[in-house]
Design a protein around this ligand. Sequence first.
Ligand code: KE4
Length: 432
Amino acid sequence: MQELLSSTKKSQELYKKACEIIPGGVNSPVRSFKAVGLEPLFISKAKGAHIWDVDGNQYVDFVNSWGALICGHTHEDVADSIQKALTKGVSYGASHEKEIELAQIIVDNFPSIEKIRFVNSGTEAVMTAIRLARAYTKRNKIIKFEGCYHGHADSVLSMSGSGVTTLGLPACAGVTKNTASETMTLPYNNISTLETTLGKYPKEIACIIIEPVIGNCGVILPEENFLKCVRDLTKKHNCLLLFDEVITGFRLSLGGAQAIYKITPDITILGKIIGGGMPIGAVGGKKEILDLLAPLGPVYQAGTLSGNPLSVACGIATLKLLNEDSYKRLEDLSSMLFEGMQKINEEKGVKLQINRMGSMFTVFFCETRIYDSKSAKKSNTKSFSQFFQNMLSRGIYLAPSQFESNFISTAHKEQDIKKTLEAYKESISTII
Ligand code: KE4
Protein backbone atom coordinates (compact mmCIF):
# COMPACT_ATOMS: atom_id res chain seq x y z
CA MET A 1 0.00 0.00 0.00
CA GLN A 2 2.82 2.39 0.92
CA GLU A 3 4.53 1.69 -2.41
CA LEU A 4 1.22 2.34 -4.19
CA LEU A 5 0.76 5.70 -2.48
CA SER A 6 4.34 6.81 -3.15
CA SER A 7 3.93 6.02 -6.87
CA THR A 8 0.76 8.10 -7.25
CA LYS A 9 2.01 11.48 -6.04
CA LYS A 10 0.88 13.47 -9.12
CA SER A 11 -2.62 11.96 -8.91
CA GLN A 12 -2.78 13.01 -5.27
CA GLU A 13 -1.71 16.57 -6.13
CA LEU A 14 -4.29 16.79 -8.94
CA TYR A 15 -6.97 15.32 -6.67
CA LYS A 16 -6.28 18.00 -4.05
CA LYS A 17 -6.70 20.72 -6.70
CA ALA A 18 -9.82 19.08 -8.14
CA CYS A 19 -11.46 18.92 -4.70
CA GLU A 20 -11.29 22.72 -4.43
CA ILE A 21 -13.60 23.25 -7.41
CA ILE A 22 -15.27 19.91 -8.26
CA PRO A 23 -17.53 18.24 -5.65
CA GLY A 24 -15.58 15.31 -4.22
CA GLY A 25 -12.92 16.01 -6.86
CA VAL A 26 -14.80 13.84 -9.38
CA ASN A 27 -17.46 14.24 -12.03
CA SER A 28 -19.09 10.94 -11.16
CA PRO A 29 -19.18 9.49 -7.61
CA VAL A 30 -18.19 5.91 -8.37
CA ARG A 31 -14.83 7.14 -9.73
CA SER A 32 -13.98 8.55 -6.30
CA PHE A 33 -12.34 5.31 -5.06
CA LYS A 34 -14.10 6.15 -1.77
CA ALA A 35 -15.32 2.56 -1.50
CA VAL A 36 -11.80 1.15 -1.80
CA GLY A 37 -10.08 3.47 0.69
CA LEU A 38 -7.96 5.32 -1.85
CA GLU A 39 -7.87 8.68 -3.58
CA PRO A 40 -8.76 8.46 -7.28
CA LEU A 41 -6.10 8.03 -9.93
CA PHE A 42 -5.88 10.62 -12.69
CA ILE A 43 -5.46 8.94 -16.05
CA SER A 44 -3.12 10.49 -18.62
CA LYS A 45 -3.59 8.18 -21.61
CA ALA A 46 -5.07 4.89 -22.76
CA LYS A 47 -4.46 2.42 -25.59
CA GLY A 48 -5.89 -1.04 -26.22
CA ALA A 49 -6.35 -2.85 -22.91
CA HIS A 50 -4.10 -0.44 -20.98
CA ILE A 51 -4.31 2.88 -19.20
CA TRP A 52 -1.54 5.00 -17.70
CA ASP A 53 -1.93 7.35 -14.74
CA VAL A 54 -0.27 10.77 -14.50
CA ASP A 55 2.59 9.20 -12.53
CA GLY A 56 3.36 6.93 -15.47
CA ASN A 57 2.03 3.72 -13.88
CA GLN A 58 0.52 1.29 -16.43
CA TYR A 59 -2.50 -0.83 -15.70
CA VAL A 60 -4.49 -3.58 -17.41
CA ASP A 61 -7.89 -1.89 -17.59
CA PHE A 62 -11.04 -3.84 -16.68
CA VAL A 63 -13.26 -0.75 -16.35
CA ASN A 64 -13.06 0.25 -20.04
CA SER A 65 -15.08 3.40 -19.47
CA TRP A 66 -17.64 1.33 -17.53
CA GLY A 67 -18.15 -1.09 -20.36
CA ALA A 68 -18.35 1.32 -23.29
CA LEU A 69 -15.01 0.31 -24.82
CA ILE A 70 -15.70 -3.27 -25.91
CA CYS A 71 -12.93 -2.95 -28.49
CA GLY A 72 -10.50 -1.37 -26.04
CA HIS A 73 -9.11 2.16 -25.91
CA THR A 74 -8.56 4.18 -29.11
CA HIS A 75 -8.90 1.33 -31.60
CA GLU A 76 -7.37 2.72 -34.80
CA ASP A 77 -10.62 2.39 -36.81
CA VAL A 78 -12.51 4.26 -34.07
CA ALA A 79 -9.86 6.96 -33.74
CA ASP A 80 -9.77 7.39 -37.54
CA SER A 81 -13.55 7.71 -37.72
CA ILE A 82 -13.61 10.48 -35.10
CA GLN A 83 -10.78 12.35 -36.82
CA LYS A 84 -12.54 12.07 -40.18
CA ALA A 85 -15.84 13.28 -38.69
CA LEU A 86 -13.99 16.15 -37.02
CA THR A 87 -12.89 17.49 -40.42
CA LYS A 88 -16.60 18.01 -41.18
CA GLY A 89 -17.47 19.80 -37.96
CA VAL A 90 -18.16 19.05 -34.30
CA SER A 91 -21.91 19.58 -33.99
CA TYR A 92 -24.58 20.86 -36.35
CA GLY A 93 -27.68 20.97 -34.16
CA ALA A 94 -29.30 19.58 -37.26
CA SER A 95 -29.87 16.19 -38.90
CA HIS A 96 -27.09 14.38 -40.73
CA GLU A 97 -26.84 11.17 -42.71
CA LYS A 98 -24.75 9.16 -40.21
CA GLU A 99 -27.57 9.23 -37.64
CA ILE A 100 -29.59 7.04 -40.00
CA GLU A 101 -26.66 4.65 -40.44
CA LEU A 102 -26.19 4.14 -36.69
CA ALA A 103 -29.95 3.75 -36.19
CA GLN A 104 -30.06 1.14 -38.97
CA ILE A 105 -27.21 -0.92 -37.46
CA ILE A 106 -29.09 -1.05 -34.14
CA VAL A 107 -32.48 -1.81 -35.72
CA ASP A 108 -30.86 -4.60 -37.79
CA ASN A 109 -29.53 -6.25 -34.60
CA PHE A 110 -32.50 -5.65 -32.25
CA PRO A 111 -35.73 -7.02 -33.82
CA SER A 112 -37.72 -5.49 -30.94
CA ILE A 113 -36.61 -2.01 -32.04
CA GLU A 114 -38.67 -0.60 -34.91
CA LYS A 115 -37.74 3.04 -34.18
CA ILE A 116 -35.00 4.65 -32.09
CA ARG A 117 -34.22 8.12 -30.71
CA PHE A 118 -30.65 9.09 -29.79
CA VAL A 119 -29.89 11.12 -26.66
CA ASN A 120 -26.66 11.94 -24.78
CA SER A 121 -26.61 9.49 -21.89
CA GLY A 122 -28.19 6.36 -20.50
CA THR A 123 -29.94 8.50 -17.89
CA GLU A 124 -31.65 10.59 -20.56
CA ALA A 125 -32.67 7.44 -22.42
CA VAL A 126 -34.19 5.94 -19.25
CA MET A 127 -36.05 9.17 -18.47
CA THR A 128 -37.50 9.18 -21.97
CA ALA A 129 -38.43 5.50 -21.85
CA ILE A 130 -40.36 5.93 -18.60
CA ARG A 131 -42.10 9.05 -19.90
CA LEU A 132 -43.12 7.11 -23.02
CA ALA A 133 -44.42 4.20 -20.93
CA ARG A 134 -46.52 6.55 -18.80
CA ALA A 135 -47.90 8.33 -21.85
CA TYR A 136 -48.65 5.09 -23.69
CA THR A 137 -50.39 3.33 -20.77
CA LYS A 138 -51.81 6.51 -19.17
CA ARG A 139 -50.57 5.11 -15.81
CA ASN A 140 -48.10 6.63 -13.33
CA LYS A 141 -46.43 3.99 -11.17
CA ILE A 142 -43.25 2.15 -12.16
CA ILE A 143 -41.53 -0.96 -10.81
CA LYS A 144 -37.76 -1.37 -10.66
CA PHE A 145 -35.54 -3.89 -8.87
CA GLU A 146 -33.13 -3.48 -5.94
CA GLY A 147 -29.55 -3.25 -7.14
CA CYS A 148 -30.46 -2.23 -10.65
CA TYR A 149 -29.13 1.18 -11.63
CA HIS A 150 -30.82 3.12 -14.40
CA GLY A 151 -28.97 6.43 -14.20
CA HIS A 152 -29.70 9.35 -11.91
CA ALA A 153 -33.17 10.52 -12.94
CA ASP A 154 -35.38 11.18 -9.89
CA SER A 155 -37.81 8.35 -10.58
CA VAL A 156 -35.23 5.54 -10.60
CA LEU A 157 -32.91 6.43 -7.72
CA SER A 158 -34.62 4.41 -4.99
CA MET A 159 -32.51 1.49 -3.73
CA SER A 160 -30.41 1.82 -6.83
CA GLY A 161 -27.26 -0.03 -7.68
CA SER A 162 -23.89 1.36 -8.78
CA GLY A 163 -22.76 4.41 -6.82
CA VAL A 164 -25.94 4.48 -4.69
CA THR A 165 -25.17 0.99 -3.33
CA THR A 166 -21.41 1.57 -3.35
CA LEU A 167 -21.75 4.66 -1.17
CA GLY A 168 -24.50 3.06 0.93
CA LEU A 169 -26.90 5.96 0.31
CA PRO A 170 -30.24 5.03 1.99
CA ALA A 171 -32.19 7.22 -0.39
CA CYS A 172 -31.31 10.17 -2.57
CA ALA A 173 -31.77 13.65 -1.09
CA GLY A 174 -33.63 16.03 -3.35
CA VAL A 175 -36.04 13.44 -4.70
CA THR A 176 -39.52 14.42 -3.53
CA LYS A 177 -41.68 11.97 -1.56
CA ASN A 178 -44.28 12.36 -4.27
CA THR A 179 -41.88 11.23 -6.98
CA ALA A 180 -40.48 8.41 -4.87
CA SER A 181 -44.01 7.21 -4.06
CA GLU A 182 -44.58 6.39 -7.71
CA THR A 183 -41.63 4.01 -7.87
CA MET A 184 -41.80 0.58 -6.28
CA THR A 185 -38.50 -1.27 -5.84
CA LEU A 186 -38.71 -5.04 -5.53
CA PRO A 187 -36.20 -7.86 -5.00
CA TYR A 188 -34.61 -9.14 -8.24
CA ASN A 189 -35.15 -12.82 -9.08
CA ASN A 190 -38.34 -12.88 -6.96
CA ILE A 191 -41.43 -13.52 -9.04
CA SER A 192 -43.89 -13.93 -6.19
CA THR A 193 -43.25 -10.42 -4.82
CA LEU A 194 -43.63 -9.01 -8.33
CA GLU A 195 -46.88 -10.91 -8.87
CA THR A 196 -48.30 -9.72 -5.54
CA THR A 197 -47.32 -6.10 -6.22
CA LEU A 198 -48.87 -6.07 -9.68
CA GLY A 199 -52.04 -7.56 -8.19
CA LYS A 200 -52.13 -4.86 -5.50
CA TYR A 201 -52.02 -2.01 -8.02
CA PRO A 202 -54.18 -3.16 -10.94
CA LYS A 203 -54.22 -0.67 -13.80
CA GLU A 204 -51.70 1.63 -12.01
CA ILE A 205 -48.34 0.26 -13.19
CA ALA A 206 -47.07 1.88 -16.38
CA CYS A 207 -43.95 -0.23 -16.72
CA ILE A 208 -41.37 -2.51 -15.22
CA ILE A 209 -37.78 -1.43 -15.88
CA ILE A 210 -35.02 -3.98 -15.44
CA GLU A 211 -31.38 -4.68 -16.19
CA PRO A 212 -31.90 -8.14 -17.77
CA VAL A 213 -28.46 -9.07 -16.43
CA ILE A 214 -27.51 -6.77 -13.55
CA GLY A 215 -24.14 -5.05 -13.89
CA ASN A 216 -24.71 -2.42 -11.20
CA CYS A 217 -24.76 -4.53 -8.08
CA GLY A 218 -21.81 -6.41 -9.31
CA VAL A 219 -22.87 -8.97 -11.94
CA ILE A 220 -26.07 -10.79 -11.02
CA LEU A 221 -27.72 -13.18 -13.47
CA PRO A 222 -31.46 -13.73 -13.90
CA GLU A 223 -32.51 -17.13 -12.58
CA GLU A 224 -34.09 -19.66 -14.93
CA ASN A 225 -37.39 -18.30 -16.33
CA PHE A 226 -37.27 -15.09 -14.24
CA LEU A 227 -37.24 -12.80 -17.30
CA LYS A 228 -39.92 -14.87 -19.05
CA CYS A 229 -42.16 -14.65 -15.97
CA VAL A 230 -41.60 -10.88 -15.85
CA ARG A 231 -42.57 -10.65 -19.53
CA ASP A 232 -45.68 -12.81 -19.00
CA LEU A 233 -46.76 -10.72 -16.00
CA THR A 234 -46.33 -7.42 -17.86
CA LYS A 235 -48.55 -8.77 -20.64
CA LYS A 236 -51.14 -10.02 -18.14
CA HIS A 237 -51.26 -6.61 -16.44
CA ASN A 238 -50.98 -4.53 -19.62
CA CYS A 239 -47.87 -2.69 -18.51
CA LEU A 240 -44.74 -2.20 -20.58
CA LEU A 241 -41.45 -4.07 -20.16
CA LEU A 242 -38.39 -1.80 -20.39
CA PHE A 243 -35.05 -3.57 -20.85
CA ASP A 244 -32.21 -1.34 -19.69
CA GLU A 245 -29.44 -2.67 -21.93
CA VAL A 246 -27.09 0.28 -21.46
CA ILE A 247 -24.47 -2.24 -20.30
CA THR A 248 -25.64 -5.49 -21.93
CA GLY A 249 -26.53 -4.04 -25.35
CA PHE A 250 -23.82 -5.27 -27.79
CA ARG A 251 -21.88 -6.45 -24.69
CA LEU A 252 -23.45 -9.89 -24.35
CA SER A 253 -24.19 -10.36 -28.05
CA LEU A 254 -24.98 -8.36 -31.18
CA GLY A 255 -28.60 -8.44 -29.99
CA GLY A 256 -27.85 -7.82 -26.33
CA ALA A 257 -29.38 -9.80 -23.46
CA GLN A 258 -32.80 -9.97 -25.14
CA ALA A 259 -31.33 -12.09 -27.93
CA ILE A 260 -29.73 -14.50 -25.45
CA TYR A 261 -32.81 -14.87 -23.23
CA LYS A 262 -35.20 -14.67 -26.20
CA ILE A 263 -37.38 -12.02 -24.55
CA THR A 264 -38.97 -9.20 -26.57
CA PRO A 265 -39.25 -6.04 -24.44
CA ASP A 266 -41.53 -3.17 -25.44
CA ILE A 267 -38.78 -0.58 -25.04
CA THR A 268 -34.99 -1.04 -25.01
CA ILE A 269 -32.57 1.47 -23.52
CA LEU A 270 -29.03 1.54 -24.91
CA GLY A 271 -25.84 3.52 -24.28
CA LYS A 272 -22.10 3.02 -23.71
CA ILE A 273 -20.98 0.66 -26.53
CA ILE A 274 -23.25 2.27 -29.18
CA GLY A 275 -21.20 5.46 -28.72
CA GLY A 276 -17.84 3.71 -28.47
CA GLY A 277 -16.90 5.86 -25.47
CA MET A 278 -18.43 9.12 -26.69
CA PRO A 279 -21.54 10.59 -24.97
CA ILE A 280 -24.65 8.77 -26.16
CA GLY A 281 -27.85 7.01 -25.15
CA ALA A 282 -30.79 5.65 -27.10
CA VAL A 283 -34.38 4.62 -26.54
CA GLY A 284 -35.88 2.19 -29.05
CA GLY A 285 -38.97 0.04 -29.44
CA LYS A 286 -42.28 -0.39 -31.20
CA LYS A 287 -43.31 2.28 -33.68
CA GLU A 288 -46.65 2.84 -31.94
CA ILE A 289 -44.77 3.75 -28.72
CA LEU A 290 -41.79 5.67 -30.16
CA ASP A 291 -44.07 7.72 -32.45
CA LEU A 292 -45.50 9.33 -29.32
CA LEU A 293 -42.30 11.39 -29.22
CA ALA A 294 -42.35 15.00 -30.40
CA PRO A 295 -42.51 16.30 -33.06
CA LEU A 296 -44.88 13.44 -34.05
CA GLY A 297 -46.63 12.95 -30.73
CA PRO A 298 -47.32 14.61 -27.37
CA VAL A 299 -44.28 13.30 -25.44
CA TYR A 300 -41.64 16.00 -25.46
CA GLN A 301 -37.97 15.03 -25.45
CA ALA A 302 -35.02 16.96 -26.86
CA GLY A 303 -31.25 17.45 -26.73
CA THR A 304 -28.81 19.98 -28.15
CA LEU A 305 -26.18 17.37 -28.89
CA SER A 306 -28.41 14.35 -29.47
CA GLY A 307 -27.09 12.27 -32.38
CA ASN A 308 -24.04 14.51 -32.71
CA PRO A 309 -21.69 13.61 -35.57
CA LEU A 310 -18.68 12.68 -33.39
CA SER A 311 -20.55 10.30 -31.03
CA VAL A 312 -22.37 8.77 -33.98
CA ALA A 313 -19.18 8.28 -35.99
CA CYS A 314 -17.49 6.71 -32.96
CA GLY A 315 -20.48 4.43 -32.38
CA ILE A 316 -20.70 3.30 -36.01
CA ALA A 317 -16.98 2.51 -36.12
CA THR A 318 -17.24 0.51 -32.89
CA LEU A 319 -20.31 -1.49 -33.89
CA LYS A 320 -18.79 -2.24 -37.31
CA LEU A 321 -15.88 -3.93 -35.50
CA LEU A 322 -18.25 -6.36 -33.75
CA ASN A 323 -19.09 -9.74 -35.27
CA GLU A 324 -19.47 -13.34 -34.11
CA ASP A 325 -15.65 -13.69 -33.99
CA SER A 326 -15.47 -10.74 -31.56
CA TYR A 327 -17.81 -12.51 -29.12
CA LYS A 328 -15.90 -15.76 -29.52
CA ARG A 329 -12.69 -13.85 -28.68
CA LEU A 330 -14.36 -12.21 -25.66
CA GLU A 331 -15.63 -15.61 -24.50
CA ASP A 332 -12.19 -17.24 -24.87
CA LEU A 333 -10.46 -14.51 -22.86
CA SER A 334 -13.24 -14.34 -20.24
CA SER A 335 -13.31 -18.08 -19.66
CA MET A 336 -9.50 -18.15 -19.43
CA LEU A 337 -9.68 -15.55 -16.66
CA PHE A 338 -12.71 -17.08 -14.96
CA GLU A 339 -11.36 -20.64 -14.95
CA GLY A 340 -7.95 -19.39 -13.82
CA MET A 341 -9.47 -17.54 -10.85
CA GLN A 342 -11.68 -20.51 -9.96
CA LYS A 343 -8.62 -22.79 -10.01
CA ILE A 344 -6.69 -20.43 -7.72
CA ASN A 345 -9.68 -20.24 -5.35
CA GLU A 346 -9.81 -24.04 -5.18
CA GLU A 347 -6.05 -24.30 -4.60
CA LYS A 348 -6.28 -21.71 -1.82
CA GLY A 349 -9.45 -23.23 -0.44
CA VAL A 350 -11.31 -19.92 -0.65
CA LYS A 351 -15.04 -19.60 -1.36
CA LEU A 352 -15.30 -16.34 -3.26
CA GLN A 353 -18.28 -15.94 -5.59
CA ILE A 354 -17.33 -15.00 -9.14
CA ASN A 355 -20.42 -14.05 -11.14
CA ARG A 356 -19.83 -13.85 -14.86
CA MET A 357 -21.93 -13.37 -17.97
CA GLY A 358 -19.91 -13.26 -21.16
CA SER A 359 -17.22 -10.60 -20.80
CA MET A 360 -18.65 -8.93 -17.67
CA PHE A 361 -17.72 -10.27 -14.24
CA THR A 362 -17.47 -9.50 -10.53
CA VAL A 363 -15.44 -11.17 -7.75
CA PHE A 364 -17.64 -11.06 -4.63
CA PHE A 365 -15.96 -11.46 -1.25
CA CYS A 366 -18.79 -13.62 -0.02
CA GLU A 367 -19.07 -17.34 0.71
CA THR A 368 -22.71 -17.68 -0.33
CA ARG A 369 -24.39 -17.44 -3.72
CA ILE A 370 -25.17 -13.95 -5.05
CA TYR A 371 -28.59 -13.77 -6.73
CA ASP A 372 -29.99 -10.40 -5.64
CA SER A 373 -29.05 -7.12 -3.95
CA LYS A 374 -29.57 -8.48 -0.42
CA SER A 375 -27.25 -11.45 -0.95
CA ALA A 376 -24.67 -9.21 -2.66
CA LYS A 377 -24.62 -6.89 0.36
CA LYS A 378 -23.40 -9.79 2.51
CA SER A 379 -20.05 -9.37 0.76
CA ASN A 380 -17.10 -8.29 2.86
CA THR A 381 -16.44 -4.85 1.37
CA LYS A 382 -13.35 -4.39 3.57
CA SER A 383 -11.75 -7.50 2.05
CA PHE A 384 -12.82 -6.33 -1.39
CA SER A 385 -11.14 -2.97 -0.73
CA GLN A 386 -7.89 -4.71 0.26
CA PHE A 387 -8.16 -6.94 -2.82
CA PHE A 388 -8.67 -3.90 -5.06
CA GLN A 389 -5.60 -2.18 -3.60
CA ASN A 390 -3.50 -5.34 -3.95
CA MET A 391 -4.51 -5.73 -7.59
CA LEU A 392 -3.97 -2.04 -8.35
CA SER A 393 -0.47 -2.12 -6.86
CA ARG A 394 0.23 -5.03 -9.22
CA GLY A 395 -0.95 -3.07 -12.26
CA ILE A 396 -4.51 -4.35 -12.52
CA TYR A 397 -7.25 -1.68 -12.65
CA LEU A 398 -10.58 -3.19 -11.55
CA ALA A 399 -13.89 -1.39 -11.01
CA PRO A 400 -13.35 0.50 -7.70
CA SER A 401 -16.42 -1.00 -6.02
CA GLN A 402 -17.67 -4.41 -4.92
CA PHE A 403 -20.98 -3.48 -6.55
CA GLU A 404 -19.83 -2.88 -10.10
CA SER A 405 -19.00 -5.05 -13.10
CA ASN A 406 -15.59 -5.52 -14.69
CA PHE A 407 -15.30 -5.77 -18.45
CA ILE A 408 -13.00 -7.55 -20.87
CA SER A 409 -12.40 -6.07 -24.33
CA THR A 410 -11.28 -7.54 -27.64
CA ALA A 411 -8.04 -5.59 -27.06
CA HIS A 412 -7.09 -7.73 -24.05
CA LYS A 413 -4.44 -10.32 -24.84
CA GLU A 414 -3.58 -13.67 -23.26
CA GLN A 415 -0.59 -12.07 -21.52
CA ASP A 416 -2.93 -9.52 -19.89
CA ILE A 417 -5.01 -12.38 -18.54
CA LYS A 418 -1.90 -14.23 -17.33
CA LYS A 419 -0.64 -11.07 -15.58
CA THR A 420 -4.07 -10.64 -13.98
CA LEU A 421 -4.11 -14.24 -12.73
CA GLU A 422 -0.63 -13.86 -11.20
CA ALA A 423 -1.75 -10.67 -9.46
CA TYR A 424 -4.96 -12.38 -8.38
CA LYS A 425 -3.08 -15.30 -6.82
CA GLU A 426 -0.83 -12.97 -4.80
CA SER A 427 -3.64 -10.55 -3.94
CA ILE A 428 -6.07 -12.97 -2.41
CA SER A 429 -3.33 -14.81 -0.47
CA THR A 430 -2.84 -11.74 1.71
CA ILE A 431 -6.55 -11.34 2.45
CA ILE A 432 -8.25 -14.61 3.27
P1 KE4 B 1 -25.27 7.24 -17.96
O1 KE4 B 1 -26.30 8.31 -17.65
O2 KE4 B 1 -24.19 7.16 -16.89
O3 KE4 B 1 -24.71 7.34 -19.38
O4 KE4 B 1 -26.04 5.83 -17.95
C1 KE4 B 1 -26.79 5.50 -16.82
C2 KE4 B 1 -26.95 3.99 -16.78
C3 KE4 B 1 -28.17 3.45 -17.13
N1 KE4 B 1 -28.38 2.11 -17.11
C4 KE4 B 1 -27.38 1.27 -16.78
C5 KE4 B 1 -27.65 -0.20 -16.78
C6 KE4 B 1 -26.10 1.77 -16.42
O5 KE4 B 1 -25.12 0.92 -16.07
C7 KE4 B 1 -25.87 3.16 -16.42
C8 KE4 B 1 -24.55 3.76 -16.01
N2 KE4 B 1 -23.59 2.85 -15.48
C9 KE4 B 1 -22.64 3.39 -14.52
C10 KE4 B 1 -21.69 2.28 -14.07
N3 KE4 B 1 -22.32 1.23 -13.46
C11 KE4 B 1 -21.90 4.54 -15.09
C12 KE4 B 1 -20.65 4.93 -14.34
C13 KE4 B 1 -20.84 6.19 -13.55
O6 KE4 B 1 -21.95 6.43 -13.02
O7 KE4 B 1 -19.85 6.94 -13.44
